[in-house]
Design a protein around this ligand. Structure first.
Ligand code: ADP
Length: 664
């Protein structure tokens, strides 16, 4: 079936490489049951591969031809093709090809009985096999090494290798390989004399091989089964099976196996004491082995034949074959061979051990590296954790310190605030006391002053009759100063009254009306100085009439008083801004130097000649006190000789109906 499909694929294939590959696969398939056909297909593949210079194809063609020759003889050809394949694999430097080629040449030397050389090649094949990283064919290599050890009598080692082979076959998978594993295990069972179990494994393998039509494997398995029957002394059964195996080998022209099968059957006859048949089969086996140069088969055959001749008392022949046995035995199984094998084995084991050690060391290094990295990470993590802890502690401590400082600060602030409040309270208290004192003092001063003024007036009237100019002048001086003193006391009293009037909103005051009253009061001054007062429409303001009167009167009167113009003028303007009214009182008077712009609002500040300009220096201080009481501001703009403009603001409060009525 598989061959059919491969042949079909081959007829379809046009690519040279594909054709070579398919021919090689076909050759390998025929290898199981028809060596001549397998060899012919190998040659076809080789021819095409060479023409298209397909190197790997050439290698596999040589390889498959060599394999088939190895199984079918002639042995020289087998060596030739296998060796050429190996040389090519070396040139290709391909571990896959090298593993295959070395296993095959090892098999050639195994058949030749050159165990040290075959073992060396097998070991090298295993190394290449390891290099490829995939199990190419270590199962047959292991099994072959097992055979060497078994031949050399080291059963323990042989079992080791057979088990390795079985494991490799199992790992490879697939029916054929599993059957191969069964064979290996059966073989080990057999060596351990567990015949029933061995038989079971062989039977299982047989079923598979028959199904797959792997004739050479069927024959091989039959041979193993026959061997067990022989051990169990079922000679007839064994004979039938071994003959069946021989027949199959003959069908597939397995020249390498045919002589050994003859030997096996001869041995069976010998045990059955059928010496004539035994001798005939041995002789045929020896002839075939000699033809095929299968040297390894010969010593046992010579020995067995010699023993048979002893049994039948033919000592001449017995001696003859014994001599031949001795001669060959030495070449195959001498001590040197044993030593070389042992040495090879030790070196190989050492190598394997070394490789394993290296692998272990590498793994250890890797582990150490990982461990190192982990340790570093752990240290790093611990350091970070430590840092976090330290930072937390520092933060905690600094927070505590901060909290303490805050508490201290708060306490200090509280203490200071309390002290400030106390001081403020004291200040307010002393201010009140002062105001009260000023009020009482000025109020009480007024009484005697009024009396003095009245008596001074009386005295002056009497003195008018006495025409004494000096006396007249003195009296005039007394009258003026008394008047001035009275004015001063009046002003101080007015000033101190402002505080006493409290914070109440007051009444709605129409400033236009107020201004008319002021004008009336200043009438004589206006006439005297030929002065004028202009005003635009003024608003109604909530407040105390006397206070607003004082502000407006002071500013207007100052504007006229400190004025040298032949036509002194005072203009009153007002502008509504958001929630307040801005007033401007501008004059064309003597002006005020900027350095005094702040100072003139202080009590008793007078800038001009007192004899020319009468005044107390209290007016503007009183204005400021009143404006501030109304939460307004007062300032001025002025240049000497260019007149002055006083600005002040008053809040614009909503006036209720009652307040309007009161105003009327
Ligand atoms: P007085 O009773 O002396 O007028 P004020 O407090 O009203 O006191 O004024 C303080 C001083 O400011 C005045 O003596 C005067 O020198 C100056 N002054 C006030 N108003 C004007 C003005 N409109 N023009 C020039 N100087 C002025």
């Amino acid at each position: 079936m598989m061959i059919d499909s491969l042949e079909h694929l081959y007829t379809q294939a046009t690519d040279g490489k594909d054709r070579v590959d398919l021919l090689i696969r076909l050759s390998e398939a025929y290898h199981d049951f028809d060596y001549p056909k397998a060899i012919a297909l190998g040659y076809d593949a080789l021819a095409i591969a060479k023409t298209i210079a397909y190197q790997k194809g050439v290698f596999f063609a040589y390889n498959t031809i060599g394999l088939s020759y190895n199984a079918s003889g002639p042995i020289d050809s087998a060596y030739l093709y296998t060796k050429v394949a190996l040389d090519l694999a070396i040139v290709l430097d391909d571990p896959y090809c090298l593993a295959i080629a070395k296993n095959n040449i090892g098999t050639y030397y195994l058949n030749q009985g050159n165990y040290p050389l075959s073992l060396q090649y097998f070991q090298e094949a295993l190394v290449h096999d390891g290099e490829t990283g995939e199990f190419i064919d270590p199962m047959s290599t292991y099994a072959n090494i097992g055979i060497i050890h078994e031949e050399l009598g080291d059963e323990k080692k042989a079992i080791d290798y057979y088990l390795k082979s079985a494991e490799a076959a199992r790992l490879k998978g697939g029916e054929a390989n599993l059957a191969y594993a069964q064979l290996d295990i059966g073989y080990v069972d057999c060596m351990l004399e567990k015949y029933d179990s061995a038989l079971q494994h062989y039977q299982d393998a047989l079923v598979i091989y028959k199904k797959l039509k792997h004739q050479n494997r069927v024959a091989e398995t039959l041979y193993y089964i026959g061997e067990i029957y022989q051990y169990q002394k079922y000679f007839e059964k064994a004979l039938a099976i071994q003959k069946e195996a021989l027949q199959i080998y003959q069908q597939i022209h397995s020249v390498a196996d045919i002589p050994s099968m003859y030997g096996v059957i001869a041995n069976l006859y010998k045990e059955m004491e059928r010496y004539e048949e035994a001798i005939a089969y041995y002789k045929e086996a020896i002839k075939l082995a000699q033809d095929g140069i299968l040297t390894s088969l010969l010593p046992t055959m010579y020995k067995d034949l010699s023993m048979i001749y002893v049994d039948i008392h033919d000592y001449e022949n017995a001696y003859h074959y014994n001599v031949m046995y001795e001669a060959l035995k030495d070449t195959l199984f001498n001590e040197i061979t044993h030593d070389r094998i042992a040495k090879l084995e030790t070196t190989y084991e050492l190598k394997v051990e070394q490789a394993e050690n290296e692998k272990l060391i590498n793994e250890q290094k890797h582990q150490a590296l990982i461990l190192g990295q982990r340790t570093l990470m752990a240290i790093g993590a611990s350091l970070i954790a430590l840092l976090v802890v330290i930072i937390t502690i520092i933060l905690y401590k600094s927070n505590r310190v901060k909290a303490k400082l805050n508490r201290d600060l708060e306490q200090k602030v509280e203490e200071r605030t309390a002290a400030l409040e106390a001081a403020n309270q004291k200040l307010l208290q002393s201010n009140d006391e002062l105001e009260r004192f000023t009020y009482i003092a000025s109020h009480d001063l007024k009484e005697p002053l009024r009396n003095i003024t009245s008596f001074v007036n009386l005295m002056q009237r009497k003195l008018e009759k006495i025409a004494d100019p000096d006396l007249q002048e003195y009296m005039g001086f007394v009258t003026r100063n008394t008047k001035q003193l009275y004015g001063l006391v009046e002003d101080i009293l007015a000033h101190s009254r402002i505080g006493a009037q409290g914070q109440k909103t007051g009444k709605a005051i129409d400033l236009n009306v107020l201004l008319e009253e002021i004008k009336m009061g200043l009438r004589s001054m206006l006439e005297e100085k030929n002065a004028q007062i202009f005003s635009e429409e003024l608003p109604v303001i909530l407040g105390h009439k006397s206070e607003l009167f004082m502000v407006l009167k002071n500013l207007v009167e100052n504007g006229l008083k400190y004025n040298e113009s032949p036509n002194p003028q005072v203009r009153i303007n007002c502008k509504q801004e958001k929630d307040q009214v801005l007033f401007e009182v501008a004059d064309n008077g003597i002006g005020i130097a900027p350095v005094y712009h702040d100072r003139i609002f202080e009590m008793f500040t007078r800038l001009n000649n007192r004899s020319i300009y009468l005044g107390s220096g209290i007016g503007l201080a009183t204005c400021k006190k009143i404006i501030q009481k109304y939460q307004g501001e007062i300032w001025l703009e002025s240049k000497v000789g260019k007149g002055s403009t006083f600005f002040f603001t008053l809040p614009l409060k909503k006036i209720s109906e009652n307040q309007v009525l009161e105003m009327k």
